[in-house]
Design a protein around this ligand. Structure first.
Ligand SMILES: *Cc1c(COP(=O)(O)O)cnc(C)c1O
Length: 382
């Protein structure tokens, strides 16, 4: 924790519009899920992920849990995913009795290394879950080709990737399902929230049921059945319309939010480049055929000691930096519920101790960015 003047790592963007819409939801008396703001937010989200049906969910974690139910996983089935990701990517499948199989990441983009996927596939493999780290796309052509060859489902954990693209196509449009997060640390946020993107139209009806506690209540509300019943597995995955109101406001301001984030990201990228080159620090790698959503700005320090020293150096200058994912394959639950692919995850192990993230949020001021840049460039790695 820093002093009150500390530049925080994240500050959620909240404007008058957010307050107006939240108040409108409260005043409407329609506070449960699937009210008018849920409808509005879902329709605003859909074109951003390529036009698919989108359902608002209580979190990205819950949307991932829904994909695990949708896969009809059986005990011992395997799901391939990166070790370098948030716990929910693995936990969702372990909860259904499946085995997360951890594959290493690429040293440049820190995304699942597509060249290591095929050797991790067994007769029990059911799905490949990709995470577009920092919203920089995984190599989807190769991954979709492998999935097709082995008859596997692809799921995108697109928590970072809203508005990112791969070869001109929006992230979230590649997998059978994609999951979004609107947690307060994400670009577009409503405190806690998420969405399920359904790229297979034939799965929409079942998603609706899982989301409504395994009942056909949505059909009942539309007058399609005369009573609603328990028809499938499910849980309470729909957020209140108050949160949807917040999210609607955020999605209506996405242009402003994204422009500000890109301004900060681009300044870091330009103003830190000479320092980074001089000291063998790597700035984010964004391949030509991808567009990123300015979700993270990370520095890959030459060593773990340099990372720790820079975090302290920044903190002394009023800047809150932070590290990121700790490898899942060697975590206590990863060891208990998962399996590491042949060859282990040496890249994940290496990058996770050297990576440092700088403050990045929409209302970071011009002067604050200058303070961060000065604080970073006054540091000399060993
Ligand atoms: C934030 C995040 C999640 C979890 O999102 P919630 O909405 O908080 O559940 C899952 N996966 C990744 C990659 C994330 O960054």
């Amino acid at each position: 924790m820093g002093s009150p003047q500390m530049i925080p790592f994240n500050r959620p963007y909240v404007s008058e519009l957010d307050r107006t819409y939240i108040a409108a939801a409260l005043d409407s008396g329609l506070l449960t899920g699937d009210g008018p703001f849920t409808e509005r937010a879902s329709s605003l989200l859909s074109p951003l992920v390529g036009g698919a049906t989108c359902q608002l969910i209580t979190s990205c974690t819950h949307a991932l849990e829904m994909t695990a139910i949708l896969l009809d996983l059986e005990l011992g089935d395997e799901v391939i995913l990166p070790s370098f990701t948030f716990v929910s990517t693995a936990n969702a499948y372990a909860l259904r009795g499946a085995v997360p199989v951890f594959v290493d990441c690429r040293p440049d983009t820190l995304n699942l290394d597509e060249t290591l996927i095929e050797s991790a596939i067994t007769s029990r493999t059911r799905a490949i879950v990709v995470v577009h780290y920092a919203g920089v796309a995984c190599e989807m052509d190769e991954i979709l080709e492998i999935a097709e060859r082995h008859d596997l489902v692809v799921i995108e954990d697109n928590a970072h990737g809203l508005t990112g693209t791969y070869r001109g196509r929006p992230l979230g449009s590649f997998g059978t399902f994609a999951t979004q997060s609107f947690h307060a640390t994400k670009n577009i946020q409503c405190g806690e929230g998420g969405a399920l993107v359904i790229n297979d139209e034939t799965a929409v009806a079942r998603c609706e049921i899982l989301r409504e506690k395994g009942t056909n209540r949505s059909q009942f509300f539309r007058g399609q059945v005369d009573k609603y019943r328990w028809v499938d597995l499910g849980s309470s995955y729909l957020p209140s319309d108050i949160l949807a109101a917040h999210l609607t406001a955020q999605l209506e301001q996405i242009g402003t939010i994204q422009a500000s984030r890109h301004r900060v990201w681009n300044r870091y990228n330009e103003e830190l480049r000479a320092w980074a080159e001089q000291h063998s620090v790597r700035l984010p790698v964004v391949p030509e055929h991808t567009e990123h959503p300015a979700h993270l700005f990370q520095l890959m320090m030459p060593s773990a000691e340099d990372r720790t020293a820079l975090l302290d150096h920044l903190s002394e200058r009023g800047v809150m930096g932070t590290f990121h994912y700790v490898p899942l394959d060697t975590s206590p639950a990863g060891l208990r519920y998962g399996r590491t692919a042949e060859g282990g995850c040496p890249v994940t192990e290496d990058v996770s101790v050297r990576l440092l993230r700088l403050p990045l949020f929409a209302d970071l001021t011009h002067d604050e960015v200058g303070t961060v840049v000065d604080a970073v460039t006054s540091f000399v790695p060993r």
